[in-house]
Write a protein that binds this ligand. Structure first.
Ligand code: E4P
Length: 216
């Protein structure tokens, strides 16, 4: 499973990139706004740090404008994947952009029928939002499982990206459910490294090693 970071913060991206296990980045208008830079500038800067798929979202809501904005975003860098919301106009834009060879991440997906429409329109990635469904007492991970099954059954090449991830258990369950990608806030990426038994175990190994040196 590919690991993406769900952030537009350059410090977080640089720090995580040091481990060599981050395959891409997702952004959205809220994350870009938090950085106080223009969408284009921030996406360009992110592309300079991570060599992988970088999702950049349109803010237009009418198909023609989405297509125009999508083309502009795609022209920033070869690695840009244009993010389009799963609304009626969005599906029209996905069809057009995909037919031009522009890769599209269809975002704000909350149901399997929506995901089917995105795949039929030629989406490169579908982004079901797990955490936001869990917040409404709906099982977000079931949606990942349903979409993976439907895409496998009909051979759609669209990758399933588990979005709106809230903790390490979401990462585990998304991997078990067959998601191709999980996009994580920096905090969840950090949490993936940690286990108290690893720290305790290493402390004991090193203490025993140093004791053996004194006895030698
Ligand atoms: C995905 O691409 C979205 O940017 C993101 O995962 C949304 O997560 P949130 O529900 O934590 O805002």
């Amino acid at each position: 499973m590919k690991i993406f970071l769900d952030t537009a913060n350059l410090d977080q991206i640089r720090k995580a990139a040091e481990y060599g296990v981050v395959d891409g980045i997702t952004t959205n208008p809220s994350l870009i706004a938090a950085e106080g830079a223009s969408n284009a500038d921030q996406i360009r800067a992110i592309c300079d740090i991570i060599d992988g798929d970088i999702s950049a979202e349109v803010v237009a809501t009418e198909a023609t404008d989405m297509v125009r904005e999508g083309r502009e975003l795609a022209s920033i860098h070869d690695n840009v994947v244009v993010k389009i919301p799963l609304i009626r106009e969005g599906i029209k834009a996905v069809k057009q952009l995909s037919s031009e060879g522009i890769r599209v991440n269809v975002t704000l997906c909350f149901s399997a029928p929506q995901a089917l429409l995105a795949a039929k329109a030629g989406a490169y990635i579908i982004s079901p939002f797990i955490g936001r469904l869990d917040d409404l007492a709906s099982e977000g991970m079931d949606l990942i499982r349903d979409i993976v099954t439907i895409y496998d059954t009909y051979g759609y090449p669209t990758q399933v990206l588990a979005a709106s991830i809230r903790g390490p258990l979401h990462v585990r369950d998304a991997a078990l459910a067959g998601a191709h990608i999980a996009t994580l806030p920096a905090k969840v990426f950090d949490q993936m490294f940690s286990h108290p038994l690893t720290d305790i175990g290493l402390e004991k190994f090193l203490a025993d090693y140093h004791k053996s040196l004194q006895n030698a």
